[in-house]
Design a protein around this ligand. Structure first.
Ligand SMILES: *Cc1c(COP(=O)(O)O)cnc(C)c1O
Length: 382
C-alpha cells in the first residue's frame, strides 16, 4: 500500500482530494453555511420531504413514545410493529409481495448481493453501478462481469460467453444512475435476464419518489414489477427520510431476514425514522405528485443549458454538466459558490478520467428564477 502521505499528496496534485464542508443548516433547495444562504444543487432531498410537517410530526410522536434508539437488531429484540407496518406499505407501494428494511442503501446492497450470489455464481453489473453495489459484489465472492454502461449488446455478449459456466447469475443495475442521471433500459435487460436465466436486481435509489405513478419508481413505470425479482430503494433521497428497502417475494424476504448479514448484525432503524419513512410513503401513495413536476423542471433546465452550449447528460432530476478537465470543474464549482450556488464537482475516481462534471441535483422547490440565474452564472464563468 502507498503511504498515507503519498496518497494525500497525490490526490492534492490531481485536484481529487476531498474535504468535509459542514453546513449550518439546510432546507429544501437551500443550504446555509457560515452565515450565507446558497441555492443548493447538491442535495438528494429532491422533493423537499425531509422538512415536510407530516414526516416531522410522525417522527416526533414516535420519538416521544419509543425514545431515540432501537436498542437491538430486529432478530434480537429491536423488532417493532412499526417496522412491519412500513414493510407492508412499502411492498404495496412497490407492487411486490413483501419488503425488508435495511439501515441504509449501502447496507442493503452489501447485505443483499452476497446473500443472493456466492463463489459458484456470476454477477453481471453495469459499469457505472454505485460503489455500494460493487462492494456487495466483492463481498459475495461471485465472478463479476461489468458491462459497458447501458450497453445491452455488450451484456448479451458477456452472457452468451459466460453464463453457462455458473450455477446462477445476477444482473445488477440502477434504474436512474446517480452520476449520469440517465435511465437503464430495463425492458431490454428483462428480456436478457429471461433468455439467460438470471435473477434481476434493480437499485431505485434515485427513482423512488420521483419516477412512475406517485413515485413508485421506474420498474413500476415500465410495468416490470413481476419481472424484476429484487427491487431495492432508499428512503434517504426523494423520500426525505433514512434507511432502505428491498421489495421482493415473501420467500426472498424471509430468506434475507436470515441470510443478509447487514440486516442480521446491525441495530434496527429507530422508531422515529421508521415513522417518518412511513409518512413519506403515505404522502406519495395519496398522490403528492411532486416527482412529475420536478422532472418537467429538470427538462427545462437541461434545454436552457444545452442552448447555452453545455454538454448535458441524463434524463432525470440529476443534471450532470460535463466539463472534462478536473481542475476547471473544481474552479467552476468554486466560482458558482461565490455567486451563491452550491453545485458539487464530481471527479475521478467517482467518474472516469477527463469526464469531470458539475452535478446539479434539482429540487421541487427550486424556482424558475433560480434555475435561470445559475445558467447565467455558469455561462459567465465558463
Ligand atoms: C445513495 C445510493 C445508495 C446508498 O443509499 P444510502 O441510503 O444513502 O446508504 C445506494 N445506491 C445508489 C444507486 C445510491 O445512489
Amino acid at each position: 500500500m502507498e503511504s498515507i502521505e503519498q496518497f494525500l499528496k497525490q490526490r492534492q496534485a490531481q485536484h481529487t482530494l476531498r474535504v468535509l464542508s459542514p453546513l449550518t443548516s439546510r432546507r429544501p433547495g437551500k443550504a446555509i453555511q457560515a452565515g450565507r444562504e446558497y441555492v443548493d444543487f447538491s442535495s438528494n432531498d429532491y422533493l423537499g420531504l425531509s422538512s415536510h410537517h407530516e414526516l416531522i410530526d410522525a417522527a416526533r410522536a414516535a420519538l416521544e413514545s419509543f425514545g431515540v434508539g432501537a436498542s437491538a437488531s430486529r432478530l434480537m429484540s429491536g423488532d417493532l410493529e412499526a417496522h412491519h407496518e412500513l414493510e407492508e406499505e412499502t411492498a404495496a407501494f412497490k407492487g411486490k409481495e413483501d419488503a425488508l428494511l435495511f439501515n441504509s442503501g449501502y447496507q442493503a446492497n452489501v447485505g443483499i448481493i452476497p446473500a443472493m450470489a456466492g463463489r459458484q455464481d456470476a454477477v453481471f453489473a453495469d459499469r457505472l453501478s454505485h460503489a455500494s453495489l460493487m462492494d456487495g459484489i466483492l463481498l459475495s465472492r461471485a465472478k463479476c462481469f461489468r458491462f459497458r454502461h447501458n450497453d445491452t449488446e455488450h451484456l448479451e455478449r458477456l452472457l452468451e460467453q459466460h453464463r453457462k459456466n455458473f450455477e446462477s447469475a445476477l444482473i445488477v443495475t440502477e434504474s436512474v444512475f446517480s452520476m449520469d442521471g440517465d435511465r437503464a433500459p430495463l425492458r431490454r435487460l428483462v428480456e436478457l435476464k429471461n433468455r439467460y436465466g438470471c435473477t434481476f436486481f434493480v437499485d431505485e435509489a434515485h427513482a423512488t419518489g420521483v419516477f412512475g405513478s406517485q413515485g413508485r419508481g421506474c420498474v413500476n413505470e415500465d410495468d416490470l414489477t413481476e419481472d424484476v425479482e429484487l427491487v431495492m430503494g432508499t428512503f434517504s433521497k426523494a423520500l426525505g427520510g433514512f434507511g432502505a428497502y428491498l421489495a421482493a417475494s415473501h420467500d426472498v424476504v424471509h430468506y434475507l431476514t436470515n441470510a443478509a448479514r447487514s440486516f442480521v448484525y446491525s441495530t434496527a432503524l429507530p422508531a422515529a425514522v421508521v415513522a417518518a419513512d412511513l409518512a413519506a410513503i403515505r404522502l406519495c401513495s395519496k398522490g403528492l405528485d411532486r416527482g412529475s413536476i420536478l422532472l418537467q423542471k429538470a427538462e427545462r433546465f437541461r434545454q436552457a443549458l444545452r442552448s447555452s452550449g453545455f454538454l448535458v447528460l441524463g434524463s432525470s432530476q440529476i443534471v450532470p454538466v460535463v466539463i472534462g478537465d478536473t481542475e476547471k470543474t473544481v474552479c467552476l464549482s468554486e466560482g458558482l459558490l461565490e455567486r451563491g450556488f452550491r453545485v458539487l464537482p464530481v471527479r475521478p475516481p467517482t467518474v472516469p478520467e477527463a469526464q469531470s462534471r458539475l452535478r446539479f441535483s434539482l429540487c421541487y422547490f427550486h424556482s424558475d428564477e433560480e434555475l435561470q440565474a445559475v445558467v447565467e452564472a455558469l455561462c459567465e464563468l465558463a
